[in-house]
Design a protein around this ligand. Sequence first.
Ligand SMILES: [Fe+2]
Length: 206
Amino acid sequence: MSNDKIESVSPHVLPALPYAENALDPVISAKAVGFHYGKHHKGYVDNLNKLVAGTEFAHLLLEKIITLTTGKADKTAIFNNAAQTWNHTFYWSSLSPKGGGKPPAVLRQKIKASFGTLDACKKELAVTAVSQFGSGWTWLVLDGDKLKVVKTGNADVPMTTGMKPLLTIDVWEHAYYLDYQNRRADYVNAVLAKLINWDFAAENLG
Ligand SMILES: [Fe+2]
């Protein structure tokens, strides 16, 4: 799955989860996925459709809406809901019931070149995720030919600053509060150990 090939236009559709709601248990419970996907992600899609109906954005691709509204004060609501729609679709694919483990060779080589070791890369993802103040996202991105870990606040996305996202971890409280309460670090470390989808990140290198 590559999100930059999504061709849906308004009305935007909530994409199916790439696995069952209970597939990430016990790291992320079925209840938490159910709320996160069925309420939060669906809510962003529904809001986006309402906001763009009858506007110049109504027939644009999701990524086009994001790039046209970023940084525009009078388009904040459209940007937030479009970006959160995109971010969540990307997040579900960044996780896998068979995640964790070792990245494919092509990605492993890039991780070695940019971070030294896989553990150093995972540590930087964890530290960055925990240090994001308030709501946001932590990303592994391709910046030029180098891998980097970056964080964004609220709905912001790395594409608008020229970086290519490879995978993401949602650090909004709604992503972990039902299972971990305020223990964001425990959620992030468990995701990195058991769910992170290196295959998806490797696919996004291409
Ligand atoms: Fe979320």
